[in-house]
Design a binder for this molecule. Structure first.
Ligand code: CA
Length: 349
């Protein structure tokens, strides 16, 4: 990074004065990272292996997996607990929706889910017509894509790592743990068991496990990981709104740091939506997190117009603001190629 000449002497002098400098102070001085949000999902349907291959080739450091469970206790890579915004489930299994009108993945076996075709994410109008959520992305209903399991995706990424000589990491998210527990499925434990099986067991392994919900974060840290003799890095996800305000202080971040290694906040926690470019307001969020030893990986960086806040001139400007003014450590993006290129231009890759 271009401020290294100033930063390093400071780091060393701090080190000389204080022998108990936290490990994270060093990792923050490290290379900034790029996390492919659901794969290279700006170009191919989210969470398909095709989208993951593209993100791997583009040079993303981590590939994200959202995880939910099937009726027969298999873990699949799917963003929603429902199948009806990214597959043709309504056409193949009419009548299998719950009272809420949604087709829940947890009501289908893996075999049934494997028979579905994955489509680019869509909306459904009142008359049942599907329209693409992002009209400029991959065309709706073209080509053939499928849903796969968490284990298959790990094997795919580890396979690509072997054939390319890279070490791209995984970034799995446990979706709706409370909902799964209510359905008698301990998804957090099941996910940790898969990580264990594939060699992700300690903090130096190429994995960040992410979860919303502070109680589940605590259970993972205090109960599940000790039980399985594991200690991988965990990221606490933080949404916008009142529910999460407690995290935005030195005390709040210290509390999070007891259980997590990093945080994944909504962009607006770091820069309020209504701030202006010529008088940019950066909250204390990243500073508090870094002081507590946490890395900060906000979401989600997209090029679509509705995803560029008014204070940023364009996508590059948005990246400049977050990576080098707000000093984040990494970002979730649907366009990993553009973020990798940006960081290369800034000599940070
Ligand atoms: Ca996610």
């Amino acid at each position: 990074m271009n401020r290294t000449p100033i930063f390093l002497p400071i780091l060393f002098s701090v080190f000389l004065i204080s022998p108990v400098i936290p490990h994270s102070a060093f990792s923050q001085a490290n290379k900034k990272i790029v996390i492919a949000h659901r794969g290279a999902s700006g170009y191919l349907p989210e969470h398909t292996l095709e989208a993951k291959a593209m993100a791997h080739a583009y040079g993303a450091d981590y590939l994200e997996q959202d995880l939910v469970m099937t009726k027969d206790d298999k873990i699949i890579v799917l963003h929603d607990p429902h199948l009806d915004r990214v597959t043709d489930v309504q056409d193949q299994f009419p009548g299998r929706q719950r009272k809420d009108g949604r087709f829940h993945a947890i009501d289908f076996t893996l075999e049934e889910i494997r028979s579905l075709f994955v489509l680019e994410r869509y909306k459904v109008s009142k008359d049942g017509k599907k329209t693409a959520m992002h009209p400029k992305r991959f065309p709706l209903g073209k080509a053939r894509f499928r849903i796969h399991t968490f284990e298959e995706e790990i094997e795919f990424i580890q396979g690509l790592n072997k054939s390319t000589g890279k070490n791209v990491g995984i970034y799995p998210e446990i979706k709706s743990p409370e909902f799964h527990l209510k359905e008698n499925k301990d998804i957090s434990k099941a996910v940790l068991q898969v990580l264990n099986k594939y060699g992700y067991t300690k903090k130096s392994d190429a994995v960040y496990l992410q979860v919303f919900g502070f109680d589940e974060l605590k259970r993972i840290h205090d109960v599940l990981m000790p039980e399985l003799k594991m200690d991988v890095r965990v990221v606490y996800l933080i949404g916008s709104g009142k529910k999460y305000e407690w995290t935005s202080s030195a005390e709040g971040m210290k509390k999070v740091a007891k259980y997590a290694d990093g945080i994944g906040p909504d962009l607006s926690m770091i820069i309020p939506k209504k701030t202006k470019r010529d008088n940019l307001r950066v909250t204390g969020f990243v500073k508090f997190a870094h002081a507590a030893g946490l890395v900060v990986h906000p979401y989600t960086f997209r090029i679509e117009e509705d995803a560029i806040p008014g204070y940023a001139k364009n996508f590059d400007d948005l990246l400049e603001i977050f990576y080098f003014e707000a000093e984040i450590d990494g970002s979730f993006t649907d366009y990993p190629d553009l973020v990798v290129e940006f960081l290369r231009r800034k000599n940070n890759k």
